[in-house]
Design a protein around this ligand. Structure first.
Ligand SMILES: Nc1nc2c(c(=O)[nH]1)N[C@H]1C(S)=C(S)[C@@H](COP(=O)(O)O)O[C@H]1N2
Ligand SMILES: [Mo]
Length: 328
């Protein structure tokens, strides 16, 4: 990707980006982000000052190292056009092409996130204050959808743990719930009863505090496109993609385990944990392998799905002693 004064960001074809070139490419992104922040190519984006102030910290990271172990998957990136053209965002429709077509008018400004429930003092943060809570960094995660496909995406954001600490949860907080936008005026998918709106997700407190659990504001060196969950979403790389809630408006700290939208819709198919697990099949299909989006030619081979989506070394200890067939 290159930065041009007149045209803003110009991506080099993502198919050219091989793992060998990730380090170089990453430096380009971070430089471009800093340039964009300074030169206002992000347009009306209210948080560009935050990006400007955090980009230098990110740039100081040498090469491919990140602050978090396991945060840089060394696989070829999914082409940006695929990652932003093949989406699950049921608020905009259930077809994979619906979100890119229908979400472009999503109003992400102003945007507030309410911190509520078991916290010292409930409050609401504006996006531009929220985005400054921690230094922006880039991480390359695999995203594995429960439907059997996966992508490799360079996300921009920081560990969710920073926000949780800032929220000052009480000792009663054992779970964190994520409530997402449900605005029928903007989201035609809400007319369908396919899910119980708003789309809600949740994590156990120790999962949410794990450094790999990421609050995401951008991807491919730019702000999140609406169809990928602008202006902020989760990326929880060791869990099926539906745990990574998009367009979050409230974060609620709870004493009891809440039910999630997919659990309510089909409890025998979608559990609370939903850790990627090739040994526990979905009742209607195998989870042993996956198709990589952007590689779906006639002869493209399916890939073997990895335990915890390849993040077992980092997160396996969270589930020591848990029966993963029972707690799917
Ligand atoms: N609010 C909301 N968040 C959501 C969804 C959704 O329908 N609504 N779909 C989930 C599913 S099933 C997946 S696989 C990922 C897809 O993220 P992506 O489109 O950025 O790849 O978003 C998740 N987050
Ligand atoms: Mo998914």
């Amino acid at each position: 990707m290159h930065f041009h004064r007149d045209r803003g960001f110009v991506h080099r074809a993502s198919s050219e980006i091989t793992p060998r070139r990730l380090a170089e490419t990453r430096r380009d992104w971070l430089r471009d982000l800093a340039l964009a922040a300074a030169g206002s190519s992000l347009g009306a984006f209210a948080a560009r000052d935050a990006l400007a102030s955090t980009a230098p910290a990110s740039r100081a990271l040498p090469g491919l190292r990140s602050s978090v172990d396991g945060a840089l998957t060394m696989e070829k990136l999914t082409p940006r056009e695929d990652a932003s053209g093949y989406n699950n965002f049921y608020e905009f429709g259930t077809d994979k092409a619906d979100p890119a077509q229908r979400a472009q008018g999503l109003k992400t400004q102003p945007w507030r996130v309410s911190l509520e429930g078991e916290v010292k003092a409930p409050r609401t943060l504006d996006l531009d204050a929220l985005i400054k809570l921690a230094p922006m960094e880039e991480r390359v995660y695999r995203l594995r959808c429960v439907e059997g496909w996966s992508m490799v995406v360079p996300w921009l954001g920081w560990s969710l743990s920073h926000l949780i600490k800032a929220a000052e949860p009480t000792g009663n907080a054992k779970f964190v719930q994520f409530v997402t936008l449900a605005d029928a005026a903007q989201m035609p998918g809400l007319r369908s009863r396919v899910l119980d709106w708003p789309y809600v997700e949740a994590l156990r407190m120790d999962e949410a505090m794990h450094p790999l659990a990421m609050l995401v504001f951008g991807m491919y060196g730019e702000l999140l496109p609406p169809q990928n969950g602008a202006p902020l979403r989760l990326a929880v790389p060791w869990k099926y993609g539906f745990k990574s809630a998009k367009s979050i408006v409230a974060i609620r700290f709870l004493a009891q385990q809440p039910r999630t939208s997919w659990e309510k819709a089909a409890p025998s198919e979608y559990g609370f944990y939903s850790n990627v697990n090739p040994n526990v099949d979905h009742p209607r299909w195998s989870q042993a392998s996956e198709r990589r989006i952007g590689e779906d030619g006639l002869f493209a081979k399916r890939r073997r799905t990895l335990m915890f989506n390849g993040y077992e070394a980092q997160v396996g200890a969270l589930y020591a002693g848990l029966d993963l067939k029972k707690f799917y």
